[in-house]
Design a binder for this molecule. Structure first.
Ligand code: PLP
Length: 419
């Protein structure tokens, strides 16, 4: 795998070459013990220490931002392991090693956006290949699949994947991939990851999971045999609503090499400054996710009993149809929830006008609470029929719960729901 190769090349340069290098002896404990020992450390520890790429030139404790587009060679055969930033960059490598370790993969590519990550993953396929995806996947992914990649000759079936039988029935001789996004957006339906990888194994097809909604802190699809994980790091991994980014993580070295080749060929990699921001964000992933889900659970319980609310979609509620599956395959219920308000769009508009602590905005996963209306915002790129089929109505409101005090969020939501 590229990173490992890189690592050994860097190590062979040695600590006194005057170039950027890894020193395995003192400052990079984690890299030097990655293979055997990293899994013994707790998640929160790995998030802080993995792939930090300290610069031993000045003993910096954090990762420098290497803005150089190009790197000089020592002679015609040797360089530092980096030659051109589109192909690889030390700041980006640090982020890639971090996310890869948190997901339990062998390598990752950090991309400019989540859509760039999905674009990279989809280039594993060729015209006439058939891909099965959920009928309630992220709107931008749906558009990319149903329009852009369909025009390029890929074939898609969009099915209700909450019932594995629908996926089995959709398998065709040219099926090459099952695309898993769980929980779904915005209605938080779950897909049984183990059931999907079982079907995939029998049909000899790849599985790719979009793990954006839960992050590796709460769900690690590789543990179920998924082949590739994609992220919009824009969301929880960065967590501060101040960068767009993505990532593709691979479970095998063969796939990691293919994805690296594609990201380099298509020029999808993220800028060093963006890599630095996401790396900075990901170090606090564990405590942030804990705070997000504390708030989400408090809000979900209040909304569930509120007379102006028709229905709450949160896998942490015992009444959620996939509550047991959530307990089985997730380490928590996450920071996203949706609900149907009684009274349709006029009631929703009133709530948006009154609410104080939740900004009316798309996106999710940031420290600040956001609220939005899928009908005209996040899911506007779907057709009306596709929205209705997925269960999104004029009553549906989606909330990305931030890390504010749950009591304040509950009180604000309550006052906004009053007549
Ligand atoms: C936001 C999002 C994407 C797209 O990511 P960008 O960073 O906006 O390109 C893909 N999948 C899911 C689940 C998302 O929430």
């Amino acid at each position: 795998m590229r990173t490992i190769e890189l690592l050994s090349r860097l190590q062979s340069i040695g600590p006194h070459s005057g170039h950027y290098h890894y020193s395995t002896s003192h400052c990079c404990l984690i890299e030097s013990t990655m293979a055997e020992d990293i899994s013994k450390l707790h998640f929160a520890t790995r998030a802080v220490h993995t792939g930090v790429n300290k610069d031993s030139l000045f003993n910096s404790c954090t990762t420098p931002i290497y803005t150089s587009s190009t790197y000089y060679w020592n002679d015609l055969e040797t360089n530092s392991g980096y030659d051109y930033t589109r192909s690889a960059n030390p700041t980006r490598t640090a982020l890639e090693e971090n996310i890869s370790a948190l997901e339990g993969g062998v390598g990752a590519q950090a991309t400019a956006t989540g859509m760039a990550a999905i674009t990279a993953a989809m280039h594993l396929f060729s015209p006439h290949d058939h891909i099965i995806a959920g009928n309630d996947i992220y709107g931008g992914t749906y558009r990319l699949f149903a329009d852009v990649f369909t025009k390029m000759g890929l074939e898609f079936s969009f099915v209700d994947m909450s019932d594995p039988q629908n996926v089995k029935d959709a398998i065709k001789p040219n099926t090459k991939c099952i695309w898993i996004e769980t929980p779904s957006n915005p209605l938080l339906n779950l897909i049984d990851i183990a059931a999907m990888t079982e079907i995939a194994k029998q049909a000899d097809v790849l599985t790719i999971a979009d793990n954006t909604f839960l992050s590796p802190y709460l769900q690690r699809p590789f543990e179920y045999g998924v082949d590739i994980i994609v992220h919009s790091t824009t969301k929880y991994l960065n967590g501060h609503s101040d960068v767009v980014g993505g990532c593709v993580v691979s479970r095998t070295e063969e796939l990691a090499a293919k994805v690296a080749y594609t990201v380099n060929s298509l020029g999808l990699a993220c800028a060093p400054f963006d890599a630095f921001l996401v790396l900075r964000g990901v170090k606090t992933l564990a405590p942030r996710m804990e705070a997000h889900q504390r708030g989400a659970e408090a809000l979900a319980r209040m909304l569930d009993e509120h007379p102006h609310v028709e229905k709450v979609y949160y896998p942490g509620l015992e009444s959620h149809p996939h509550h047991e599956l959530a307990k089985k395959q997730q380490d928590g219920f996450g920071g996203m929830l949706s609900f149907d308000i009684k009274g349709g769009r006029p009631a929703a508009e009133k709530l948006f006008a009154k609410i104080q602590l939740f900004q009316l905005a798309e996106s999710l996963g940031g420290i600040e609470s956001l609220i939005e209306y899928p009908e005209t915002m996040s899911h506007a790129s779907m057709t009306l029929e596709a929205r209705r089929e997925a269960g999104i109505s004029e009553n549906t409101i989606r909330v990305s719960v931030g890390i504010e005090a749950p009591e304040d969020l509950v009180a604000d939501m309550k006052q906004a729901l009053e007549e």
